[in-house]
Design a protein around this ligand. Sequence first.
Ligand code: ADP
Ligand code: MG
Length: 674
Amino acid sequence: MDLSSSVLELKGVGEKTAITLNKIGVYTIRDILLHFPYNYILYPDPIEFPEIQEDTLVAVQGIVGTKPYFKGGRLQMVTATITDGTNKLPVCWYHTPYIRHSLNTGESYIFYGKVRNRNGRFTLEQPAVFSEEDYQKQQKTLQPIYHLTPGLTNKGFGKLASQTLQFARQMQDYLSDELKERRNLVDLSTAYVQAHFPKDFDELLAARKRLAFDEFFLFLLKIELLKTEKVKSLYRMQGQETILEEANKLPFTLTEGQHTALLDILNDMSSDTPMQRLLQGDVGSGKTVLAFLSMLYATTNGYQSALMAPTEVLARQHYEKLLAFCKEHAPFTNVYLLTGSIPAGQKKKIKQALLLDPTAMVVGTHALLTEDVSLNNLGLVITDEQHRFGVNQRQTLTEKGSLPHILVMSATPIPRTLALILYGDLDISVIKTVPRNRLPIKNCVVKRSYRKTAYEFMYKQISSGHQVYVICPLVEEREESDSADVGTYSALLEKYFKETNREVTIDCLHGKMRPQKKQEVMDRFALGEIQILVSTTVVEVGVDVPNATVMMVENAERFGLAQLHQLRGRVGRGDFQSYCIFVDGKAGSQKNERLEILNTSNDGFYIAEQDLKLRGPGDVFGIRQSGELDFQIADIYHDSDLLKDASWEAKEILKKDPTLSEAVHQPLHPILGI
Ligand code: ADP
Ligand code: MG
């Protein structure tokens, strides 16, 4: 058994558990080690029954009063009642049928779980159960809390994690003792053990620091290795005037930022080394049209170009827009779409066509390069919204033997000092302003009671010809969760408008839909056939429907600020006043501090900064940035000092060993395999 062994080899894992684990992306022992807790808690002292409050996590000691009752079916549920002698409290578990066998009627246990108000009655949901003695023992250490899926319990996953620790302990470190001492880092194996089971907060922070350092360090090594290759450009281009003339024919005037960036790009592509440029600009700053103009430059010089997007929806949209663009500016150029979901037969035809088409433009997802597509005249590669993907892909291209011009487009706001490190291998162009005709988005943060008002507002916008996005966090209905989901939500909206005799076309979109279906819905929304699109965050990245003027986000408190900012960027893209409604799903009148930041600012840089200030120590592993710089643990804002240290160390190592040929291990990192 080793790190790559299947989870099936662990004690207590059968076929069924393995399938459940697969659902959260866990297939091997390595995956378990990498499935870090997203939070840690210290179990609190049990409280008295009358002190129990709605929506809180509590520990209570109680005697099992009734025999636990099991209800099968799609939603498996076990219910019981516990008592403190005077008061009673219903308890329930979902998808955890076996729990009933570990509870004896008349015996006392400690229950730790969430209190919900179910039809006016408090219920303790999905509590972990302990003997009194056991609980006291647990109270002495931090408890890891994992992201799970129905069928897994936190306790169960913890047991699996502890089984895998023996492998963590055997890992050999690749960092020198000297470096670790200089940067005050713990051993690799210690880091993995302590990330899952820290004795206290100090151990946890030490583990996190080491893991974050590794992420930065390995990433930066990769970048530095790429940087050292200075080659001659095989694709020197000329005729910039033609492109500038075409730019003048666009339905709008380029902003100053766009114009300067375009000149940077054209100059790079005309020089004798390949372009390696980052184009940075907040959502809505108009990066896409620059991508198209660059592709046009490649075409007019007799070369192929490729544009890659992180999602199929976005690739498809870029494709449609590029088609329209070419109709105006390059009527004889063929544009192809190549994504994972295109049927094999059709794909084969496209690949063959590409072989014979020296000036073709291709739009696709990352499948584009990993597949055996041969683009033997490829002069320009553009990646939209995903830098890390850009790095790997450049490696692929270099390995294939030719280095085309590279343009990476990003909407992630990063301070310049950090950008210089993270994009150390790239030249940077920044578009600082959004087009002038844009009206700033009007925001509001509201509670659920405001929904009706919001729907009426939407209807007004729809009546004047506009469209609306509603974002919900979950796809499928899960009864243990009260957050809105796409299916139920669109039904609810439909009912609302029907009852008031108004006709509104509503449809939904989520990640689990077949790609074909996703495209179809997105197309219909873009064409204005759907008026309200109820969606998960699949629309988050880059989608552009300028006619949409309202974005309503349900359970906004569950999303990261960066993600909410990206979502908001889907509206306010045309000449119309746009609105963003953040619905704070949490009961009570208290204002959500994080959402207030979005309420008062539309500036991505400011939001990123404030987000950082608000993060508490409890967030150590829980922070999820969305977008291209999504390291698993490290956070570029939070760990900016560590990033600088890692950058220094990476350069230092390469000074002594420029190709890393003397490295003790290959791959360097036993878990990340880099
Ligand atoms: P992003 O930078 O977020 O990728 P897009 O490239 O999708 O932004 O552009 C957003 C919208 O702004 C698009 O509808 C695009 O046609 C429009 N746009 C781009 N540049 C300009 C401009 N200079 N003036 C007016 N509208 C523009
Ligand atoms: Mg974009």
